[in-house]
Design a protein around this ligand. Structure first.
Ligand code: AHM
Ligand code: MG
Length: 334
């Protein structure tokens, strides 16, 4: 395999093709899916960049200059992904956090052997205040035998993902993905419109410095969760105190901790007793990436990637990040 350093100029397309070359049996379909997702990411990035201008360009927030009705950005992002992905002949169905049911591939297009699950714009409540948001995706192989993808194909445990990734629309746009051979990051060079390899083989530090959790829910946590958070904050004297960082956009919080080390936690609380975040669209893909980078992810009882999903929009608690810090959660909660 060709090894790249952060100083070689490698486009995401070339990197995907090189990775595919490691699998002589590969048909190129998974590579095609990843490439098309990169295109969708660039289109969404473009919309996110001008988000603050929507009211100026539209009239009274209802129509834009072309007379089209203004839509919320998460709906726009959802449509961009569906339209970029439905006709490639590689997918047999999709599921989105924004759509109640499975999104079928129209009969006019060829059906492929993969399903795609995605959160088109995670943290979208942050858009209005110019805080980073993201797109998260997960790809699985179809396991049923009919021509179309169905619910059973979607409800596979996370360890069966064949690819997963996220895009962060921050001060720069970055796409991070894994196909089970490490986690790799690409930064969009806006001047040439290409994602270039900027973070090859990401490794999350074994011990982290940052703790990302919404402390406002402390009163609603269980006592073991409170004790765990006290441990992370160094209040029980058993470890060095972590520093708090909570953006409220999971992708942004996760990304910081992936690169710098730390824990992102969304424990169950009395308002969200099963947790808030979605297993299939948010927790599975980010847990896969984290494990590929040397980290770990846990739901309070079980490794996230071993949870057998039972419904499309299932929620879960999550503790994800640096391996040794997640081990503490396992000891104190498991
Ligand atoms: P969303 O998918 O509706 O945007 O919600 C998910 C977001 C995450 O990005 C973030 O970590 C979490 O919700 C924040 O929730 P809270 O405001 O309860 O802390
Ligand atoms: Mg979300």
């Amino acid at each position: 395999m060709v090894r790249h350093t952060a100083t070689s100029v490698v486009t995401i397309e070339r990197f995907i093709i090189e990775q595919e070359g490691r699998h002589p049996e590969a048909t190129g379909h998974l590579s095609g899916i990843l490439y098309d997702l990169g295109v969708a990411a660039k289109m969404i990035a473009n919309k996110v960049r001008s988000a603050g201008l929507a009211d100026i360009l539209g009239s009274a927030g209802t129509e834009n200059v072309q007379g089209e009705t203004q839509q919320k950005l998460d709906i726009i992002a959802n449509e961009i992904i569906v339209k970029a992905m439905d006709h490639g002949g590689r997918l047999c169905a999709m599921a989105s956090e924004e759509s109640e049911d499975i999104i079928p591939i129209p009969d006019t297009f060829k059906h492929g052997k993969y399903v795609l699950l995605f959160d088109p714009l995670d943290g979208s409540s942050n858009i209005d205040v110019n805080v980073p948001v993201g797109t998260i995706f997960s790809v699985m192989k179809k396991i049923t035998h009919g021509p179309r993808g169905c619910l059973k194909d979607m409800l596979q445990p996370g360890h069966r993902q064949v690819a997963a990734g996220y895009v962060i629309y921050g001060s720069s746009t970055m796409l991070v993905y894994t196909t089970g051979h490490g986690a790799h990051g690409f930064t969009l060079d806006p001047s040439i419109g290409e994602f270039l390899l900027s973070h090859p083989e990401i490794r999350i530090p074994e011990h982290g410095h940052y703790l990302s959790v919404n402390n406002a829910y402390e009163q609603h946590w269980t006592e073991p969760v409170r004790a765990l958070m006290r441990r992370y904050r160094g209040l029980d004297g058993k470890r060095e105190a972590m520093s708090g960082r909570y953006v409220g956009s999971m992708v942004a919080d996760f990304h910081r901790n992936l690169l710098g080390g730390g824990v992102f936690a969304y424990p169950p609380n009395s308002k969200n007793p099963g947790g808030k975040l979605r297993l299939l669209y948010e927790c599975n893909p980010l847990s896969f990436i984290c494990e590929q980078a040397g980290g770990a992810a846990f739901d309070g009882h079980t490794r996230i990637l071993d949870v057998q999903p039972t419904s499309l929009h299932q929620r879960t608690a999550i503790y994800v990040g640096s391996k040794c810090d997640i081990e503490i959660a396992r000891e104190m909660l498991g």
